[in-house]
Ligand binder design. Structure first.
Ligand SMILES: [Zn+2]
Length: 413
């Protein structure tokens, strides 16, 4: 049976979203947490965007040093040769790319103002794809933006051209969140049966069905004998009404009647890391987790009404599909309510050493401690929220990488 793999796009689709922001240090932490969770690939950002370059190269260095265990780090750019050139100029070590171009008639007319014909679209994609491979890309996913509003025969032609020219996957983008589970299942099946090529689902939540259409599309792919990939974001952060939520997707694949035993999700995926990653993303983005959020919301395992509480107390299976522990919940949280010493933007050596002593990290001498303290100050200047224990550990362990992550250089005239 074919597999379902998860590609998280929080660090690309999530961060490009209006009115929500993430620091480069937090993006790096998310890549580390996604790796720890066993996610197949992280779309880490935009190699053509100047302020992303140091962060991306620093993360690629971490990968080279073996700090990431398994996750693939992938960059996103447009499927035009100029973007591919710039990507490899900025980030020569990048190995995985997803390249994107609009394919729907409505976007050809509305975005390109009919300056591009359908053949221009296919040719641009092919040219960009071949260039990316020739410059060292090991894998390239080819994205059809607005695939859900694109004529199916055209999508088949596009996917065929991608496969013929060395692509590794086709990304079906339900850019406007317009698909429903039945339609996407049928469309993905048609493409998969025609081309026999792995397909990524990239679905948005404008109709409240992002997870439903993603898993239905994936089912269409695996039933047709090809691997399926689902694009997710942590807590569903993404353009407009958001993307397909990571934790909900794993839960749906594991526990829904239609999937459960019947599909193979990549085995590395560790659902128990859900609580940690969802809470960190919420903290780092500065967006509270909704009370009814799947798996990680405050009410996901709460029972009060007479019949429900009685039933849950008799046997939790009466009202729960899975346990809080399955998503990594249930640990009591110890909050410091008395005196606390913190370190950060305006911290000094004494407090800094106290904090790190508590984390079990000790420095050889004052010189070394001062160096890390300065980095902590700058990291905190950069995140503008109290640094977490994991962030402090990461800074002390990889100071060179962190200083790169924190550095943005650009001279404005
Ligand atoms: Zn998107």
């Amino acid at each position: 049976m074919k597999n379902i793999y998860l590609i998280d796009v929080t660090n690309r689709d999530g961060v490009q979203t209006s009115r929500i922001l993430l620091s480069k240090l937090a993006k790096t932490m998310l890549n580390l947490y996604l790796d720890e969770m066993g996610i197949f690939q992280s779309e880490i950002g935009f190699p053509t965007l100047r302020h992303e370059v140091n962060y991306i190269n620093a993360n690629l260095e971490l990968a080279k040093e073996g700090v990431f265990k398994n996750i693939r780090l992938e960059g996103w750019c447009r499927a035009i040769p100029e973007d591919i050139e710039l990507t490899f100029k900025n980030c020569p070590d990048i190995k995985h790319l997803n390249i994107s171009i609009s394919t729907s008639d409505i976007m050809l007319k509305g975005k390109f103002r009919s300056r591009k014909t359908w053949d221009d679209i296919v040719n641009s994609m092919v040219e960009a794809l071949r260039l990316a491979k020739s410059l060292g890309a090991e894998t390239v996913g080819v994205n059809a933006e607005d695939a859900s509003r694109t004529d199916i025969d055209r999508l088949i032609e596009f996917t065929f051209a991608a496969k013929e020219n060395g692509a590794d996957r086709f990304r079906y983008c339900d850019t406007l969140g317009a698909d429903d589970p039945i339609t996407i299942y049928q469309r993905i099946k048609k493409i998969a049966e025609a081309i026999k090529f792995p397909i990524e689902m990239h679905c948005h939540n404008d109709l409240g069905m992002a997870e439903a259409v993603s898993v239905a599309g994936a089912q269409g792919a695996i039933e047709s004998g090809v691997d399926a990939y689902i694009n997710t974001t942590i807590n569903g952060y993404g353009e407009r009404a958001g993307n397909c939520d990571l934790v909900s997707t794993i839960l749906a694949l594991k526990y829904s009647h239609g999937f459960g035993e019947k599909v193979h999700m990549e085995e590395r995926v560790d659902l128990k890391k859900s609580w940690k990653i969802a809470r960190y993303a919420s903290y780092a983005f500065g967006i509270p987790i909704p009370i009814a959020q799947v798996g990680v919301g405050a009410n996901a395992f709460a029972h009060e009404s007479g019949i429900h509480a009685d039933g849950a107390l008799k046997d939790r299976r009466n009202y729960e599909l899975y346990d809080p522990e399955d998503v990594g919940r249930g640990e009591p949280e110890l909050l410091q309510t008395g005196r606390i010493i913190t370190t950060g933007e305006y911290g000094g050596l004494r407090g800094f050493r106290h904090v790190y002593d508590d984390l079990g990290i000790h420095f050889h001498d004052d010189r070394e401690a001062r160096k890390i303290l300065e980095l902590v100050q700058y990291a905190n200047l950069h995140t503008q929220k109290p640094l977490t224990d994991d962030e402090l550990r990461f800074i002390a362990e990889y100071p060179k990488i962190v200083s790169k992550v924190l550095t943005v250089t650009r001279k404005f005239k």
